[in-house]
Design a protein around this ligand. Structure first.
Ligand SMILES: [Zn+2]
Ligand SMILES: [Zn+2]
Length: 418
């Protein structure tokens, strides 16, 4: 029986990879320009990092993690997100002791046991950015500016930035109680999952996708009415800094973010491209995370963008697949050997050259050059070889000329403008 990939695990073939590389390259350029450094973290972590960091009463920890025991009986989990791991690395290496301010970015796969749907996989890819050690609202605005700039650079249009504040350890409990009281009154209208969330984590009811739940909570109390003066002041300054940079936003008091560790500033970017509304990405501040995973009191803020989503929103018509600069077609034994040597020399010079391995007719070699979308073809025959030349054909204009082989590299570089 033929062995297939696991359900929800996806291959990305070379004809798709150009888009991925473009997105990743743009992220690196933009983030490094904003002073962020790349960090690399393992795919496997101890399960308690996520159960404590993300919170027991979340969908991720309750039902979406890939958790298993290793041969020594340790409970391990394929990371469902990157923030907890990056925070763990920062603590473990005591980065804060020599420089408390850290700006990191990370690109890699995450794993969640969700129902696979179109464009949604169990192994999916995220681009993450995190700032640790800064409480100043300036950094909240700065990371949002970087995110929006990155999305524009990738080519997304019609973006809307939504922001909210979620309160802190001081003011959030009172809001939680008020919310719980409200939810208790309407609990008969809630789905089974939400009935349970009511006890464990009432904030999560806002994330429920069930229509009856959505309409039952339209009148629910809003967190912004319960924030303490400190949180309110912090949020006002975030808005001020966004305004100073000329970035517009809308306030969305219903945005609560999926994970437990978020505090204060929360943000999402929505795209209205192609007439439909898509939440492209989101993030927020998480000033309690470090203590939850056993560290000192260190503030943090960050975001994650799903690469699959970005790739699906890339503007159409842009060329992402690279095609060879040159296809070398050879006729006969001597020219074939010469073609082999020539292509090797061109590769050393960074020129993408392809040749025919099958000794086919000129016609079928040219067909292959067409199929590969080569920009030029070089035709090597016995007669030309004797003169030390070859025919160079522009595959687009179909014009051709005889060129000397001894300075082929510089001729090509000039014509290709590389
Ligand atoms: Zn507060
Ligand atoms: Zn529900």
């Amino acid at each position: 029986m033929e062995i297939k990939a696991i359900r929800g695990f996806n291959d990305i073939l070379p004809d798709e990879i150009g888009k991925w590389q473009f997105v990743e390259r743009t992220a690196r350029e933009v983030f490094e320009g904003f002073g962020f450094s790349e960090i690399r973290i393992p795919i496997l972590e101890r399960t308690e990092l996520f159960s404590r960091g993300i919170g027991e009463a979340t969908d991720i920890v309750e039902k979406e993690m890939y958790t298993f025991s290793d041969r020594s009986g340790n409970s391990l989990t394929l990371r469902p997100e990157a923030t907890a791991s990056i925070a763990r690395a920062y603590l473990e290496h005591q980065v804060y002791s020599f420089d408390p301010v850290a700006k990191y970015y990370y690109i890699g796969p995450m794993f969640r046991y969700e129902r696979p749907q179109k464009g949604r996989y169990r192994q999916f890819y995220q681009i993450d950015a995190e700032v640790f050690g800064v409480e100043n609202p300036m950094v909240d605005a700065e990371i949002i500016l970087m995110l929006v700039h990155f999305l524009k650079k990738v080519g997304l249009e019609n973006l809307e930035l939504q922001i909210n504040t979620l309160g802190c350890r001081k003011c959030r409990p009172r809001y939680r109680e008020e919310l719980k009281a409200f939810m208790k009154n309407i609990s008969f209208q809630l789905c089974e999952d939400c009935q349970r969330r009511l006890e464990t984590n009432p904030l999560r009811i806002f994330d429920c996708k069930v229509e009856t739940c959505k309409s039952a909570i339209t009148e629910a109390p809003q967190v912004t009415n319960y924030t303490c003066p400190d949180c309110q002041g912090h949020f006002d300054r975030v808005k001020e800094y966004l305004a100073v940079a000329g970035l517009s936003y809308i306030l969305n008091p219903k945005m609560v973010r999926g994970l437990d560790y978020y505090t204060r500033t929360a943000f999402e970017v929505v795209s209205y491209q192609l007439g439909s509304q898509n939440a492209v990405t989101g993030g927020g501040r998480y000033d309690n995370l470090f203590q939850e995973i056993g560290g000192p009191d260190i503030p943090g803020i960050g975001f994650a963008v799903g690469i699959e989503r970005l790739v699906s929103l890339l503007p159409a018509g842009k060329e992402f697949v690279s095609s060879p600069h040159l296809f070398v077609a050879a006729l006969g034994e001597g020219p074939a050997r010469e073609a082999y040597k020539l292509v090797y020399e061109l590769h050393l010079q960074g020129i993408q050259a392809e040749l025919d391995y099958e000794r086919r007719s000129l016609k079928s070699q040219m067909r292959r050059a067409d199929k590969l979308k080569a920009r030029f073809a070089l035709i090597l025959g016995e007669d030309e070889l004797k003169r030390g030349t070859a025919m160079l054909r522009n595959m687009e204009t179909k014009s051709q000329e005889e060129v000397p082989l001894n300075d082929l590299t510089s001729t090509l570089k000039q014509k290709l403008a590389i």
